[in-house]
Design a protein around this ligand. Structure first.
Ligand code: C2E
Ligand code: MG
Ligand code: MG
Length: 716
């Protein structure tokens, strides 16, 4: 740790870190992220100089744009991300902390820097494309003889398929010279025939090629292999990258001697970019650039699964009195404070095996997994307390920052991530109750007392017997015509002392204790019966189509052997058709699911029960993998709709939603959106192609009879 954690050099480095995190996923480079960051550091310094100069000179920032192209950051996305980062963080990290007037000047300067970077970037990209095009035209001219010969040889029927196909098709001879390319392939490579014909396959190496790709290629042209299938990247002539699923087959002549190679290509670029972007956004906190809860959970789970003898140490920090800062100085000041705290924490955990994350709000965690966690976590907590000791300067004021820390240290085995975090959380509260500005060590007995103090865990089983649970239903509305199509069943607990408790509080406990299985069965039974009752009433009124019901399933219910038979029995007993039921499974429960786990869901799906992927977009699932799951509905998480609260909505967010919707539709999945709170959101989501919506704009969760009234109302 440097003597002064928040010196200008540290802040510059922090800026380079954020920049590299944003840019790296869209850069076609073979270097590692840390190396990439080192590459950006001098560029960041140039930008800071441009911000500091008394008179603005565009050349320095233009040179930054040119350097990006030289470093293979040639995707349009790379530029837009760079501009986003400069816009959001340059002044924050590299600007002097002056008065309001000065800050406004810095903001204006920052816009000019962005323009100059974009101009430099565009110029460099254009130059690069021209040079390449010239080389290709020369090559095409040389290859003309070969092409004429091949055209003659092809058959009419094959041609029709060849030209009409949506997938890219190319034919090359055994030396690798491209003889033919269909329109789809030409389009993939930028639209000009001479970019393909006459060129040699060997020219299309890409830094991301595994050696294995070219070995397969050699085997094929030698005649030792009939075909191969790989995922491969290509540079397009304009320098952008095309990702494909590539299948190459060997064509033999009448005597069986190898003659041509036939390549089929499917463009997967968009899907890949979307995946990377989703992955990044799903795992990082936008404000501080720190890993977020999701990524932290992944790391913690890994640390806990590290095997025998492994230990871990964790500090759970909550700032004392942060709300006061927010309330009195405003959210912008609160944000600056959080960014500063994040920086200081980051500087405390730089050793291998250490990481810092922001869990949300003013809660941060630091994890260590070194060889001697007892000592390390002790040092770590000391460094954190130390780092917070110096007041933080925000908007001309010196703010004293204090924090309460819960520390958990111990052997990794036998503990789940959620349990560890809960224990740290409880310990942190103990520190807070003892006056704050201190740390406490976790103690299993105190943990147990804390949980029983809430009394929830032990009261849960009795609650089911005493009938303290009830279900509310929230309508699912068709975006096209506004009709109510069904409802999601949401369970609540009417606790004799605490009143109505939300599922977010007790479902995790029920999962932990196993009570979720009987509780889940009860919810399913009630909901199915309710759906049957709606059906009977609508049957009488003949005005509306029957209402369907959505029921949530916890991950532990998925692995329970009785899932399929219980569901079948419940449906039969109530007399409800399977296609009136939809089971919602969270995305995270299915990440990495193997076939055994999917089997019961698949059985249910085959019977006609719909399966919905709930909270989609909060975890990270491989979009391409969706095809493998027996799912027919995607429920986009509330986070997406929340992002649309401001008008106009962020165009990048809209693009992401649009991308997901079109991908979902191409896989035959319907898209439901959650958390629709305004009419404007509903309109926008309808335009983006979403099918169904749910949210307060239509109705809050409520009693079953109200739902029936709503369904009738919209037919009038
Ligand atoms: P979920 O399945 O994603 O349910 C949607 C949650 O969003 C519900 O919270 C609902 O009340 C809330 N919501 C609906 N519209 C809006 C809106 O416009 N704005 C906002 N801000 N929120 C909205 P709830 O009822 O607290 O349920 C929370 C979670 O608890 C559910 O999330 C689900 O994962 C779980 N859950 C509820 N019932 C059950 C159950 O019977 N079994 C299991 N395993 N989990 C359940
Ligand atoms: Mg749900
Ligand atoms: Mg949900």
């Amino acid at each position: 740790m440097s003597a002064e954690p928040d010196g200008p050099e540290d802040r510059l480095r922090r800026f380079a870190t954020i920049w590299s995190r944003a840019l790296f996923p869209v850069t076609a480079t073979s270097i590692t992220r840390p190396d990439f960051e080192r590459l950006l550091l001098p560029l960041a310094r140039q930008l800071r100089a441009a911000l500091d100069e008394r008179v603005f000179v565009a050349a320095g920032s233009e040179a930054v744009g040119e350097s990006l192209v030289a470093a293979h950051c040639t995707e349009p996305e790379a530029l837009s991300r760079t501009l986003d980062v400069v816009d959001a963080y340059l002044v924050l990290y590299c600007g002097a902390d002056g008065g309001t007037g000065e800050r406004e000047e810095l903001r204006a300067r920052c816009s000019r820097i962005q323009h100059a970077v974009a101009a430099g970037f565009a110029r460099a990209l254009r130059e690069r494309t021209l040079i390449e095009q010239e080389a290709i035209a020369r090559a095409a001219l040389e290859a003309r003889g070969t092409v004429a010969e091949a055209l003659h040889a092809s058959e009419a029927r094959f041609r029709a398929v060849f030209h009409g196909a949506a997938v890219g098709i190319g034919i090359a001879d055994l030396d690798g010279t491209v003889l033919e390319a269909n329109d789809a392939l030409i389009r993939m490579f930028g639209g000009l025939e001479q970019h393909l014909r006459g060129r040699n396959m060997a020219e299309w190496t890409h830094p991301d090629d595994s050696p294995h790709v070219w070995k397969l290629y050699e085997e094929l042209v030698r005649g030792d292999r009939e075909h191969y299938r790989v995922e491969k990247a290509f540079y397009r002539p304009d320098g952008t990258v095309l990702w494909t699923n590539l299948t190459v087959s060997l064509l033999r002549d009448a005597d069986g001697a190898p003659q041509y190679q036939l390549a089929l290509m499917e463009d997967t670029t968009e899907r890949r970019l979307l995946n990377l972007r989703l992955r990044y956004e799903a795992t990082h906190d936008a404000l501080t650039g720190l890993p977020n809860r999701t990524l932290f959970f992944e790391r913690l789970e890994k640390a806990l699964a590290a095997g025998e003898g492994a230990r871990f140490g964790l500090c759970y920090l909550d700032l004392d009195g942060f709300k006061t800062v927010n309330d009195s100085l405003g959210h912008a000041a609160g944000d600056r404070l959080l960014v500063e705290v994040a920086d200081r924490l980051q500087a405390c955990a730089t050793a291998p095996g250490e990481m810092v994350a922001r869990l949300g709000g003013d809660e941060f965690v630091a994890l260590t997994t070194g060889p001697d966690t007892k000592r390390e976590v002790d040092d770590l907590v000391g460094r954190i307390m130390n780092a917070l000791a110096t007041p933080i300067r925000v908007e001309g004021r010196e703010l004293t920052v204090r924090g309460s820390i819960g520390v958990v240290e111990g052997p990794a085995a036998d503990r789940g991530a959620a349990e560890v975090l809960r224990s740290a959380d409880i310990t942190m509260y103990r520190a807070k109750h003892a006056g704050g500005n201190r740390y406490e060590l976790a103690d299993p007995e105190a943990d147990a007392r804390a949980i029983t103090r809430h009394g929830l865990t032990t009261a849960l089983p009795v609650a089911l017997e005493r009938g303290e649970f009830f279900i509310e239903y929230q309508p699912l509305v068709h975006l096209g015509d506004g009709s109510v199509r069904g409802a999601e069943a949401l369970v609540r607990w009417l606790h004799p002392q605490h009143g109505v408790i939300s599922p977010d509080r007790f479902i995790p406990l029920a999962e932990h204790t196993g009570l979720i299985v009987p509780l889940g069965r009860w919810v399913l039974e009630q909901s199915v019966r309710q759906a049957r009752a709606w059906e009977a009433r609508t049957g009488a009124e003949q005005a509306v189509s029957p209402l369907r019901v959505n029921v949530n399933l916890s991950p532990c219910q998925l692995t329970h052997p009785g899932l399929v038979s219980d569901t079948v029995e419940i449906l039969e007993r109530a007399g409800l058709a399977p296609d009136s039921l939809c089971l919602e499974v969270t995305e995270s429960a299915l990440i990495g699911a193997d076939d055994d786990l999917l089997k019961p869901l698949r059985r249910l799906a085959e019977m006609g029960v719909d399966i919905a992927l709930d909270d989609f977009g909060t975890g990270y699932s491989n979009l391409a993998n969706l095809r493998r799951l027996p799912v027919s509905i995607l429920k986009l998480d509330r986070a997406f709709t929340q992002g649309m609260q401001h008008f106009p909505a962020d165009p990048v967010d809209l693009k992401i939603i649009e991308g997901i919707v079109s991908l979902a539709h191409s896989l035959d999945l319907a898209v439901t959106v959650e958390g629709v709170e305004t009419g404007a959101q509903a309109d926008q989501l309808r335009e983006l192609g979403c099918d169904t919506a749910q949210g307060w704009y239509y109705a809050r969760p409520g009693p079953p009879d109200r739902l029936h009234e709503l369904a009738l109302a919209d037919t009038r």
